[in-house]
Write a protein that binds this ligand. Sequence first.
Ligand code: 4BW
Length: 153
Amino acid sequence: MFQELLELSVLDLTTDVNKVACVTPENSLEHALLVLVKSGYSAIPVLDRSGVVQGTISKTLILDSILGLERIEFEQLGAGKVEDAMNRDVTRIRVGDGFMRALELAINTPFLCVEDDDGRFVGILTRSSILTRVHRFMRAETRGANRSSSSSS
Ligand code: 4BW
């Protein structure tokens, strides 16, 4: 069972690109804020036209970029571009990487950007998809341990 967990491929855990909310670097900050609010996510990937991840954008980064000295300058939303505010420090993982690598990276990042061997974005690996598998494994182990302790008593 533990071996099965270790042998899970990154692809088994990946949310497909078609189900991921994303924006492009050229999109306006207003458009990105709309996508974030409508999707309900706090941060999403930024993909260029060739399908490569260039960064991530969040509600916090957008609001920070339009923060004036005394007020939030909402009128700047339409003029600013996603590329001006995005975080370029992306946590990436390859489809061929293993579960332990994903687990390690997910300690500090809520989602990992999954890339194929050509560096193209194929989807995201979320912390919840990793925790779901770890929980499933631990529940099965706990039940097994409880069964063997009750049969020996
Ligand atoms: O709209 C939502 N639907 C569902 N099913 N769960 C949601 C939604 N919004 C939030 N959640 C839950 C998830 O458990 O809250 C957690 C934190 O969300 P976040 O970070 O702060 O918006 C979610 O945890 P998660 O599934 O491990 O996702 C981690 C992060 O990955 C999210 C978000 O930044 C990103 N993400 C997840 N699914 C996404 C996505 N980004 C774009 N498109 C998606 N489909």
